[in-house]
Design a protein around this ligand. Structure first.
Ligand code: NAP
Length: 256
């Protein structure tokens, strides 16, 4: 299926590894011209090489800072597509987190996406095409106790997007959130290790437990996530907006 994305431009944040990179690869495969960002130059350069033909620029930038976002926007001032992403906040007992921890989480997982949307959405409205995809988490749908920082910050972004998406839809600008379940990425490895440490068990035991609880008995593959992102950015997806699409192999047991 042709997604009619050839020649479109996209900013993909936090795209040197994992889910962000998978989104960039999928969009690049559809002929989108990309500007990708991450903080560490080496993995970023490796990702740019892998995505090769379609990476217009790879910007070493921390999207949680104003300066990082400015450099990204200088490289691509009028993107047709914006994929918001950043590292997730640390897991742990909320009693141990202070104001600074909360500000960092809110900066990364709520304010940075909102600032980038603010900087790009009016251009999308004027051009009558825009796609914003925010990578959030399954924990938005089913919050997990030890991910309190993530639950709080991402719920804020989700609420904001719910309102904004309805106010720009008539201009063929859509805003959706993709909620990853458990995908095979570096972040997952770190979470499994934290979970094992926290419960005094082996990583292998914790991993088996999670796999057994998932209806597919496996972790998600980043390319499956990237494909969903590319579809949400397609011309065909113009009637899908304000949604929270959970991609978790059916792990969430609720009816809706
Ligand atoms: P990952 O494999 O650790 O990759 C994170 C990517 O983000 C890297 O490219 C990293 O590069 C970049 N990054 C992190 N902070 C950044 C910042 N401030 N500015 C720019 N780039 C930044 O993580 P992932 O698994 O793909 O996860 C992506 C998001 O989905 C995270 O928010 C995570 O919490 C969420 N999530 C993931 C899962 C899962 O199963 N994988 C489940 C639920 C939610 P640098 O470090 O070089 O900047």
């Amino acid at each position: 299926m042709d997604f009619y994305l050839r020649g479109r431009t996209a900013i993909v944040c936090a795209a040197s590894l994992g889910l962000g990179k998978a989104c960039a690869l999928a969009l690049g495969g559809e002929g989108v011209d990309l500007v990708i960002a991450a903080r560490r130059p080496e993995p970023l350069a490796a990702a740019a090489t892998e995505i090769r033909s379609k990476t217009g620029a790879a910007i070493a930038a921390d999207v949680t800072t104003e300066e990082g976002r400015r450099r990204l926007l200088d490289a691509c001032p009028s993107p047709d597509i914006l994929v918001n992403n950043a590292g997730g906040p640390p897991a742990g007992d909320f009693r141990k987190f202070g104001r600074e921890d909360w500000i960092k989480a809110i900066d990364a997982n709520m304010l940075a996406p909102i600032e980038l949307i603010k900087a790009t959405i009016d251009g999308m409205i004027a051009r009558e095409f825009g796609r914003v995809v925010n990578i959030t988490s399954h924990a938005v749908k089913a919050p997990i106790g030890f991910l309190g920082l993530s639950n709080g910050a991402r719920a804020g972004l989700t609420g904001f997007v719910a309102g904004l998406s309805r106010s720009v839809a008539e201009h063929n600008v859509t805003i959706n959130n993709l909620l990853p379940g458990t995908f095979e990425t570096d972040r997952l490895k770190a979470n499994l290790e934290a979970l094992a440490k926290g419960s005094g068990r082996e990583v292998g035991v914790v991993t088996e437990e999670i796999l057994a609880a998932n209806p597919t008995r496996r972790f998600g593959r980043p390319e499956e996530f990237g494909a969903a992102c590319a579809f949400l950015c397609s011309a065909q997806a113009s009637y899908i907006t304000g949604q929270n699409l959970l991609i978790d192999g059916g792990a969430y047991p609720g009816l809706l």
